[in-house]
Structures are given as structure tokens and as C-alpha cells.
Design a protein around this ligand. Structure first.
Ligand code: SF4
Length: 307
């Protein structure tokens, strides 16, 4: 069996920066609040919570005059204003690439109708929509373009500015952009593909690896949209894709012919048979991990497979 590990697997620059800065802050102070999960990864959250981070889902849960982390996804303008009213000390760990999108939509909001391509409920999109103001609309699928057009018609703007969630599927964004240009043919349409390089390159590498392997293991949080996207990209090329959070999710039945390692009385361990395909030297497993997956989770899975 051969294991191919993606070079781009694991933390992206924005997430690494957020986790490192949070750790440094927690070395100096306990009881630092974090608005939302700092990354979509249970293990990373648990480690930081042990050091004194308190995760809350709403800024109203943060006591006045305390310290609060704004994570890499970014927050909307209204949350910055609320933080000011509550005299909070903000540790702003918004990724610079997300900040750049906030600045772009703020600059455009008075002259353009802004279409944000992404998932409505995703925290990054909630933040970006907040900066884009009223003349903006979020779409995720082709059938929402008409709804966006109806909103656009209510404005007297002749310009349409399109941005994207940083972790959106690159190919899907390209298709939606073409459709937007067709549907808004009388408007001046500016397409600004704000998908992050880290995301796009990881999707490209995932595609390449998934074409070469028999099984693809994608490691990442259950709620991480960039991880789910990697699984989708893999499924296009590989019929056997597993999405796991950590080594515990990699169930024995996937690797062995039995669902559990049996332990005999007297403590003698019976090593179950490896599935035939896994001892076949031509069998290949590909590994890729989302932007919020720590190196430790990737290494544990590689070690498990090696053993
Ligand atoms: S995926 Fe890109 S934009 Fe998002 S946090 Fe990572 S580096 Fe920043």
C-alpha cells in the first residue's frame, strides 16, 4: 500500500496565525472570550479552552470590559460597534485576506450592487454581508441568481460587483460568474474572484491526488466548509472517499476485516487481518486535510496507516 499525503494539507496561514496569536494571548491572560469556534476543529478548541479560552456564540454573552477574540472568519461592522459599546478589548484575528474583502465591498457599496457568492449561514459571509450593506445579495446556487436580479432591479445601480467566500469551490464560482454575466447583461459586471489561493491550490492538489488513488481520506472538522469541498472534489475522481475528523473516526472496519481489535483474556492482543487491498503494493491511499486541521491529526492518521 502506498500513502500519498497532500503537501498543502493542514492549517492555512490565516488559521495558523489565529491559533498562534490566541495561544500567546492565553499565556498572558486567562478568561479570554472567543466569538464562535476559533477554527472548525474540536481538538484545537479543546486545547485552547484548557488554557482559558471561553467560546461563546453571541457577543451579548461576553461580559463588559473583557477581552474577546474575533476569529479568522471575520465579523460584521455591527459586531465591532457592539464591542465598542461594551468596552471590550478586541483581539482581532480576522485573516488579512478576509479583511481585504471587507474593504473592497465597503468601497463598492455606494456605487455597485454586490453579489456575494457563498453560503448564507457561513460566519465569513455574515461578516462580509455586514460590510457590503443593504444593496447586496448572497447566492450559493444558480437558481438564486433570479432572486438577486429582482433585488438589483429595486436599486438604481448600473454596476454589479461579485465577490466570493474565500473557501468556495473554484469551478462552481466560475460557472456562477458566467451565469451572472448572462443574467445581468445590461449591467457593468465586475467579477472579483476572492477565493483564497490557499483554498484554490488545495482543491487543485486534492483533484490531482484523487485521480491517482484507490481511496481518499479527507481530514477535517464536521462543520468546515473547505473540508467538505475537498471531499466533493475527491468524489469527482475517486469512488472511495472518507471524511474523518481524527484517527478515532478512521474506523477499524475501513482498514481491517473486523470492526474491532479483539483482546483475549490474559492481555494477548489478536491483530486482525488487514483488508486484502491494503496489503496490495499497488493499492494507493491519498490524504488531504482542510485549512482548520492541525498537523497532529494528520500525523496520527499517517502513523495509524503505517502501523
Ligand atoms: S483559507 Fe485563506 S482566507 Fe481563509 S483563513 Fe485561510 S488564509 Fe485566510
Amino acid at each position: 500500500m502506498e500513502v500519498i499525503v497532500g503537501k498543502l494539507a493542514g492549517f492555512c496561514f490565516g488559521v495558523q496565525n489565529a491559533v498562534d496569536c490566541a495561544e500567546k494571548e492565553l499565556d498572558l491572560n486567562n478568561n479570554i472570550y472567543c466569538l464562535g469556534e476559533i477554527v472548525h476543529n474540536e481538538q484545537v478548541i479543546k486545547n485552547l479552552e484548557k488554557k482559558g479560552m471561553i467560546t461563546v456564540n453571541n457577543i451579548d454573552e461576553v461580559p463588559d470590559d473583557s477581552k474577546v477574540i474575533f476569529r479568522a472568519h471575520g465579523e460584521s461592522q455591527i459586531i465591532y460597534e457592539k464591542a465598542k459599546q461594551k468596552h471590550l478589548e478586541v483581539i482581532d484575528l480576522t485573516c488579512p485576506k478576509v479583511k481585504a474583502i471587507h474593504m473592497k465591498v465597503e468601497r463598492e457599496k455606494d456605487k455597485s450592487f454586490i453579489i456575494i457568492v457563498g453560503k448564507k449561514s457561513h460566519p465569513e459571509i455574515i461578516g462580509t454581508k455586514g460590510f457590503a450593506g443593504e444593496n447586496s445579495f448572497v447566492i450559493e446556487n444558480e437558481d438564486e441568481i433570479l432572486d438577486a436580479y429582482m433585488e438589483y432591479e429595486k436599486t438604481n445601480l448600473g454596476r454589479v460587483y461579485v465577490v466570493s467566500q474565500t473557501t468556495f469551490s473554484s469551478s462552481k464560482f466560475d460557472k456562477l460568474s458566467e451565469e451572472i454575466q448572462l443574467n445581468f447583461c445590461e449591467a457593468d459586471v465586475i467579477i472579483d474572484k476572492t477565493i483564497c489561493n490557499a483554498t484554490e491550490n488545495r482543491q487543485i492538489e486534492t483533484k490531482e491526488i484523487s485521480k491517482k488513488v484507490n481511496k481518499m481520506i479527507i481530514i477535517g472538522g464536521k462543520h468546515s466548509s473547505n473540508t467538505k469541498e475537498l471531499a466533493k472534489v475527491s468524489e469527482e475522481n475517486c469512488g472511495n472517499v472518507l471524511l474523518v475528523q481524527n484517527v478515532d473516526d478512521l474506523q477499524y472496519k475501513e482498514i481491517f476485516n473486523k470492526s474491532k481489535i479483539e483482546v483475549m483474556t490474559g492481555g494477548v492482543q489478536i491483530i486482525p487481518d488487514l483488508k486484502k487491498e491494503l496489503i496490495d503494493e499497488n493499492y494507493k491511499i491519498g490524504i488531504m486535510a482542510g485549512a482548520s486541521t492541525p498537523k497532529q491529526s494528520i500525523d496520527e492518521i499517517i502513523d495509524f496507516l503505517k502501523k
